[in-house]
Design a binder for this molecule. Structure first.
Ligand code: G6Q
Length: 538
C-alpha cells in the first residue's frame, strides 16, 4: 500500500510535471525568460539567495508549495515554535528557537515560560566567559587560564568546533581552543600535548553526561589534571560542565555552580546556541555571541513569517525534495567560498543526515520514497582542483549550494576578487556548460571535442552575504536547521530523534568486556567473532 505522500494529488501532479520538465535545460529556461536571474532571487535578512540556476519553472515551485501546504505545514511550523511536543518518539518539545528568543518574549513548555531560564543561563555564561577572557578566573595554583579544551561528541562537539573555526577572526588570540571528541586516545593525547594543567580549563559538554566517548575522555582529563596538579580540590578550578544532568555532573566532581544547564527540548545537533556554545562565547566574547544569537533569531523570524515563495529555508527544502524525489539525486553538496567555514559541511552533515536518515514515517510506516540526501562539501576553491570534475562532467546529478561573502575579513587584494570570481564562474559553468560547437570554435581537434564538452544543466543555489560576521553565521545555521524541518514535514518523518545511533552503542558495550577479559565462547556471527579474536591476539 502506498503511504499518504506518494498517493496525494500534489505528488501525482509533480510526477506529471517532472515528465514535462526533465529534459528542459537551464539554458532554455534562461533563454525563455530574460529576467530569470533577477526574478528567482530572494533578498532578505542580508542574504542574496539566487535559485535561478535550477531545473524548475514557476509551475514547479507552485506545485511543490502546494505539496507543502497540503502537509499542514503552517500548523506544524506553529506547533514547533510554540513548544508543542512534536518530537513524538521522545515526547519532547523542539525549541532551539527559544534559545535565541529575545528577553521578554514568552514561550511555554508545560505551562512554564522558558525564555527567562534561557537568559539566566546566558547571563551566567557571560559572567564566566568574561572572567576567563580577562584573566580574573584563576587556576588552582593562581595562574590564569591559557587553554580551553571542549570535550564532547556529536552535537556537543560539531557545533562548537564549526562556530569556533568560523568565527576565529573574532576570537581572543591570547587563549588557545582545542576540541576532543573521539574516544581514540590519540585525540586526547594530542590535545594536551605541550600544555600545563595549571593553565588549562576543560569544558565537559554532554547533554546526558553518560556518553561513553565523552565520559572516557573526561575521566582521562581528570587523571591528567590530578597527576599534574596533585590535588582533588583542583578539579573545581579546571573543570566546568555543560549538561542537563546535574546529578552525574556532581558525581563526576564538578561543582554544580560551575555547570551550565540546558533542557531536554534542545536536541544535541540543535544545541550550538544552548550552553553547548560556551567555548564559542569564551572565544568570541559575549557581545559577539549575542550577535550570533540575533542572527539565528532573525532567520527564525524570517522562516516563521515570510510567505512560502519568499521563504529561504522553505525554497531550499522544496528544491531538495525536487532533486531527491523526482530527479533521483542522492547527494547535496555545500561549498563555502570562505576558508573559515571549513567545518561547516561537517556540521551540516550531522544536522541534515542524523535528522533525515529515517525510513519510517512519524506514524511508523515504512516510506516508499527517498528521504534525506547525503550532504557533503569542502571550501572552495580547493574543491575545484579536486572533486568538482565529477560534478561538471561525471554522470551524477549533484545539486550544489555555493556560499560566499562580498567582503573578506582579511583584506588582501586581490584575493577576494579571485575567490568570488571562482564561485560565480562555477555556478555559471555548471548551469550552462559548453557545447560541442563552442568547443570546436576554440579550434579544438575533432577527436578531443567530446572530452571538452560540458553538458551543463547542473543545478546550484548561491547564497551571497556581505561578510562572515557572527550574525551572518547565525543566519546560515538557522537557515539549514529550518530547511531540515520543512523536509521533515514533507516526508512525514521525525527530524528530531536519532534511534539509528543507538544500536552500535549498545553492541560496543557488549564487546568491550570481550576485548578486555578474553571471554569465551563468543556468541556473535563468525565475522564479528573472528575480528574480536584477531584483536585479542595482540
Ligand atoms: C545529536 C545526537 C548526538 C549527541 C551526542 C552527544 O543530536 O543526539 O550527536 O549530541 O551523542 O550526546 P551528549 O551531549 O549527551 O554527550
Amino acid at each position: 500500500m502506498k503511504t499518504t505522500l506518494t498517493n496525494t494529488e500534489s505528488w501525482k501532479s509533480l510526477e506529471k510535471h517532472f515528465d514535462e520538465i526533465e529534459h528542459v535545460s537551464i539554458k532554455t529556461l534562461f533563454e525563455n525568460d530574460k529576467n530569470r536571474g533577477q526574478q528567482l532571487v530572494v533578498k532578505d535578512e542580508g542574504i542574496y539567495f539566487d535559485f535561478s540556476k535550477h531545473r524548475i519553472t514557476g509551475e514547479t515551485l507552485k506545485l511543490l508549495s502546494q505539496l507543502l501546504e497540503n502537509r499542514d505545514f503552517d500548523n506544524q511550523r506553529q506547533a514547533m515554535f510554540s513548544g508543542e511536543k512534536i518530537n513524538i518518539t521522545e515526547k519532547r518539545a523542539v525549541l532551539h528557537t527559544a534559545l535565541r528568543a529575545p528577553k521578554g518574549s514568552t514561550i511555554l513548555v508545560d505551562g512554564r515560560n522558558v525564555v527567562p531560564d534561557v537568559h539566566a543561563v546566558l547571563d551566567k555564561m557571560s559572567g564566566f566567559a568574561n572572567k576567563i577572557r580577562n584573566g580574573e578566573w584563576k587556576g588552582h595554583s593562581g595562574k590564569t587560564i591559557k587553554t580551553i579544551i571542549n570535550i564532547g561528541i556529536g552535537g556537543s562537539d560539531l557545533g562548537p568546533v564549526m562556530a569556533y573555526e568560523a568565527l576565529k577572526y573574532f576570537s581572543i588570540r591570547s587563549l588557545d581552543f582545542r576540541f576532543v571528541s573521539n574516544v581514540d586516545g590519540s585525540d586526547f593525547a594530542e590535545a594536551v600535548e605541550g600544555l600545563r594543567a595549571d593553565e588549562t580549563l576543560f569544558i565537559i559538554s554532554s547533554k546526558t553526561f553518560t556518553t561513553l566517548e565523552t565520559m572516557a575522555n573526561a575521566q582521562t582529563a581528570r587523571q591528567w589534571a590530578l597527576k599534574n596538579l596533585g590535588d582533588e580540590s583542583a578539579i573545581a578550578k579546571h573543570f566546568v560542565a555543560v549538561s542537563t544532568n546535574e546529578k552525574e555532573v556532581t558525581r563526576f566532581g564538578i561543582d554544580p555552580q560551575n555547570m551550565f544547564g540546558f533542557w531536554d527540548w534542545v536536541g544535541g545537533r540543535y544545541s550550538m546556541s544552548a550552553a553547548i556554545g560556551l567555548s564559542t562565547m569564551i572565544a568570541i566574547g559575549p557581545e559577539n555571541y549575542h550577535e550570533m544569537l540575533a542572527g539565528l533569531h532573525k532567520m527564525d523570524e524570517h522562516f516563521r513569517t515570510a510567505p512560502v515563495e519568499k521563504n529561504i529555508p522553505v525554497i531550499m527544502a522544496l528544491l531538495g525534495v525536487w532533486y531527491n524525489n523526482f530527479f533521483g539525486a542522492e547527494t547535496q553538496a555545500v561549498f563555502p567560498y570562505d576558508k573559515y567555514l571549513h567545518r561547516f559541511p561537517a556540521y551540516l552533515q550531522q544536522l541534515t543526515m542524523e535528522s533525515m536518515g529515517k525510513h519510517v514515517t512519524i506514524g511508523g510506516d515504512i516510506v516508499d520514497y527517498q528521504t534525506g540526501a547525503i550532504y557533503w562539501g569542502e571550501p572552495g576553491t580547493n574543491g575545484q582542483h579536486s572533486f568538482y570534475q565529477l560534478i561538471h562532467q561525471g554522470t551524477k546529478l549533484i545539486p550544489v549550494d555555493f556560499i560566499g561573502f562580498k567582503e573578506s575579513l582579511n583584506l588582501l587584494p586581490p584575493h577576494q576578487d579571485y575567490l568570488i570570481a571562482n564561485m560565480i564562474a562555477q555556478g555559471e559553468a555548471l548551469a550552462f556548460g559548453k557545447t560541442a560547437d563552442e568547443v570546436r570554435a576554440e579550434g579544438v581537434a575533432e577527436e578531443m571535442v567530446s572530452h571538452k564538452v560540458f553538458v551543463g544543466n547542473r543545478p546550484s543555489s548561491t547564497f551571497f552575504l556581505d561578510k562572515l560576521s557572527p550574525e551572518n553565521l547565525g543566519k546560515l545555521v538557522a537557515m539549514y536547521e529550518h530547511c531540515v524541518f520543512v523536509q521533515g514535514v514533507i516526508w512525514n518523518i521525525n527530524p528530531f530523534d536519532q534511534m539509528g545511533v543507538e544500536l552500535g552503542k549498545v553492541l560496543a558495550q557488549n564487546i568491550i568486556p570481550e576485548l578486555q577479559n578474553g571471554e569465551k565462547p563468543l556468541h556473535h556471527d563468525s565475522s564479528t567473532n573472528a575480528l574480536i579474536e584477531f584483536y585479542r591476539e595482540k
